[in-house]
Ligand binder design. Structure first.
Ligand code: HEC
Length: 484
C-alpha cells in the first residue's frame, strides 16, 4: 500500500512547489495546488467530521477562511501523521475499513499547497461540504429509533470527574437488532467518554428519574434467588457483572458509530434496559448534557448476533474456553470459591516507575467464530497494544498493532475483511504500560497504579467483536413452514 517514505514525499513536494520554473514546463502537473480544487476535497473527506462547528476539534476547517490561518500547522500534523488521528501501524496490521489516513499523494498535495503560499483557487472548483444530517455522523439518514438520556444532566463547573449511570427501558415486546448504532453527546465539551450496554436491573433495584435506587418492595437477595444455581448466578452477576450484560458501543472523541454487516447486529433485548455509563469532565462552567443513542435496524433478516468480549476475561458461560492473563511472565487465572462463586483473575497493580510493564490476555477459541473488530482501551499509562491471532497449526498473524497507544484516540478498528477463526485458534492481546517519567501523560510515576474507572487508574480492555458461526437466528422458532 502506498508507502513512500515521508522524506520522498517532501522531496517530491519541494519540486512541485518550486513549480514550472524548475521543472521546465510540461503538462502543468507541477502547478501549485489550490484550496478549492485540491485541498478542500481532502479536508472534507478526512477532517471535517471533527473539524466543524460544534464538534470535538478546536477549530473548524470547512472553508478557506477557516483553514488558511492553520495552513502551517495542518502541514506539520499531516506530515507527522498526527492528523487525522490513527495510531495503528498499517505496516503491521491487517487492513481496516474505517482506516483514517491520508495517502502519500494527499500529504504531498497539502505540503505543496502550504509551501506554495496556500492559494485559494477558483470559487467554482469548491466541492460541496458533506452533509451531516441532524448532527449524526452516520450518513444513512435519520435513525429508525432514538434513545435519549432519561434526564438532562447538569455537570458542576468544578470538582472531580463525574461518573454516573442512567437507565432507559427497552420498549419493545420482542428482541430487535441494530445494524448501525451511534452514541452521540449533546455537549462534546463535557463528555470524556460514555458507553451503552444492555442490562438486567440488579436485584432489589428500580429506576427512578433514570437512575438506580433501592426498590422498597423488593424481597431480599437471599429470598429472591432460589437454590444453589440461582445464588451462584447472582453472585457471578455481582462479581463479574457479565451474565445479562452486553456491550453495545462506546463514545470517545472521534468515535461513536458502529456499523455491522448486513445480516449481523447487536441485540436489543425486549424487557431489558439500556445502561448509559457516563464519564463527565468539569469544564470550569456549569454544563448540561443529554446524550442520544441512534439505532438503525437491520434491513435484512439477522442471522448472527454480534457479541463483544475482552481478551483474557473469563466467564464460563460462553463458547470461549477459560481465558488467562499473563502478567510480567506469570499466569493469572480466574478462581472459584468453595461455594462456586467465580472471581475474576486479580491483576496485580503496576509498580511505580515501571516503564515496560506487560500484560497478555489469551482467549482460546473453542468453536468457530468470525472476528469483525477490535477496540483497545487503556488509560494514561497505556504504551502499546497488539493483537495476535494464532491458528491451530501455529501460524500467527498480527491483526492490530498500536505501537504508541494514545489515550485521546481510543479507536474501534473494523477489519476490512472479517476473519474466520476455527476452533483451536487463540486470540492474544498484549498490552504494555509505562508508569515512568518518560510518559508525559503520567499523572504520578511514583504511585502504584490500581485497576479502576478513574483515568489515573488503569484499564486493560482488549475488546473483540465477533459472531459465532454456527448460529442462525433465522432458523429459531421456524420449525414449521420449511419446504427445503
Ligand atoms: C477524529 C477527529 C479528527 C479528525 C478526523 C481530524 N482531527 Fe484534527 N484535531 C482533532 C482534535 C480533537 C484536535 C485537538 C486535540 C489534539 O490536538 O489532539 C485536533 C487538532 C488539530 C490541529 C492542531 C490544532 C491546534 O490547536 O494546534 C490541526 C492542525 C488539525 N487537527 C488538522 C487536521 C487535519 C488537516 C485533519 C484531516 C487531514 C484532521 N485534523 C482530522 C480531531 C480530529
Amino acid at each position: 500500500m502506498r508507502r513512500a517514505t515521508i522524506g520522498a514525499v517532501l522531496a517530491a513536494a519541494v519540486v512541485s512547489a518550486a513549480g514550472p520554473a524548475l521543472a521546465g514546463g510540461g503538462s502543468g502537473a507541477e502547478e501549485i495546488p489550490t484550496f478549492t480544487s485540491d485541498v478542500a476535497p481532502i479536508l472534507f473527506d478526512n477532517c471535517v467530521t471533527c473539524h466543524r462547528p460544534g464538534n470535538i476539534a478546536p477549530m473548524s476547517l470547512t472553508s478557506y477562511a477557516e483553514a488558511r490561518p492553520w495552513a502551517r500547522s495542518i502541514k506539520d500534523l499531516v506530515v507527522s501523521r498526527t492528523m487525522p488521528p490513527w495510531p495503528a501501524d498499517p505496516e503491521n496490521s491487517l487492513p481496516f475499513r474505517n482506516e483514517r489516513r491520508l495517502d502519500d499523494a494527499e500529504i504531498g498535495t497539502i505540503v505543496a499547497w502550504v509551501d506554495g503560499g496556500a492559494p485559494r483557487g477558483l470559487a467554482a472548483d469548491l466541492p460541496p461540504l458533506p452533509d451531516f444530517p441532524e448532527g449524526w455522523t452516520y450518513e444513512g439518514g435519520e435513525p429508525d429509533y432514538v434513545f435519549e438520556l432519561p434526564v438532562e444532566y447538569t455537570i458542576a463547573a468544578e470538582g472531580e470527574e463525574d461518573y454516573i449511570d442512567f437507565y432507559s427501558a427497552i420498549p419493545w415486546d420482542e428482541d430487535r437488532f441494530a445494524e448501525v448504532l451511534e452514541l452521540k453527546p449533546s455537549n462534546y465539551a463535557v463528555v470524556h467518554h460514555s458507553g451503552a450496554y444492555v442490562v438486567d436491573l440488579p436485584a432489589g433495584k428500580m429506576v427512578v428519574d433514570g437512575v438506580l435506587v433501592d426498590d422498597p418492595n423488593a424481597v431480599s437477595e437471599d429470598e429472591q434467588v432460589e437454590g444453589e444455581a440461582g445464588r451462584v448466578a447472582q453472585r457471578v452477576f455481582n462479581e463479574v457483572n457479565l451474565p445479562g450484560t452486553s456491550k453495545l458501543l462506546s463514545y470517545v472523541p472521534g468515535r461513536g458509530v458502529e456499523r455491522h454487516r448486513p445480516g449481523t447486529g447487536k441485540r436489543l433485548t425486549a424487557g431489558k434496559w439500556i445502561r448509559w455509563t457516563m464519564h463527565y469532565n468539569p469544564t470550569g462552567k456549569p454544563e448540561v448534557e443529554r446524550s442520544r443513542l441512534g439505532i438503525w435496524f437491520n434491513t435484512v433478516p439477522v442471522t448472527h448476533e454480534v457479541l463483544t468480549r475482552q481478551a483474557g476475561n473469563a466467564f464460563p458461560t460462553d463458547p470461549f474456553g477459560t481465558d488467562i492473563y499473563i502478567v510480567e511472565g506469570e499466569e493469572i487465572k480466574p478462581t472459584r470459591d468453595e461455594d462456586g462463586t467465580v472471581r475474576r483473575a486479580q491483576i496485580p497493580n503496576i509498580p511505580p516507575y515501571e516503564d515496560d510493564w506487560k500484560i497478555t490476555g489469551i482467549t482460546p477459541i473453542t468453536e468457530p467464530i468470525t472476528l469483525y473488530g477490535l477496540s483497545p482501551h487503556m488509560h494514561l499509562r497505556g504504551k502499546s497494544l497488539k493483537w495476535v491471532v494464532t491458528w491451530p497449526d501455529g501460524r500467527e498473524v498480527t491483526v492490530l498493532d498500536v505501537p504508541r497507544f494514545d489515550f485521546n484516540w481510543q479507536i474501534h478498528y473494523e477489519l476490512a475483511e472479517p476473519l474466520h477463526l476455527p476452533a483451536g485458534s487463540k486470540i492474544t492481546g498484549i498490552g504494555v504500560y509505562d508508569n515512568s517519567l518518560n510518559n508525559r501523560w503520567n499523572p504520578g510515576p511514583h504511585l502504584e497504579v490500581y485497576w479502576g474507572q478513574q483515568s489515573w487508574d488503569e484499564m486493560y480492555q482488549a475488546f473483540t467483536e465477533y459472531t459465532i458461526e454456527s448460529q442462525d437466528l433465522t432458523k429459531l422458532g421456524r420449525a414449521t413452514n420449511d419446504d427445503e
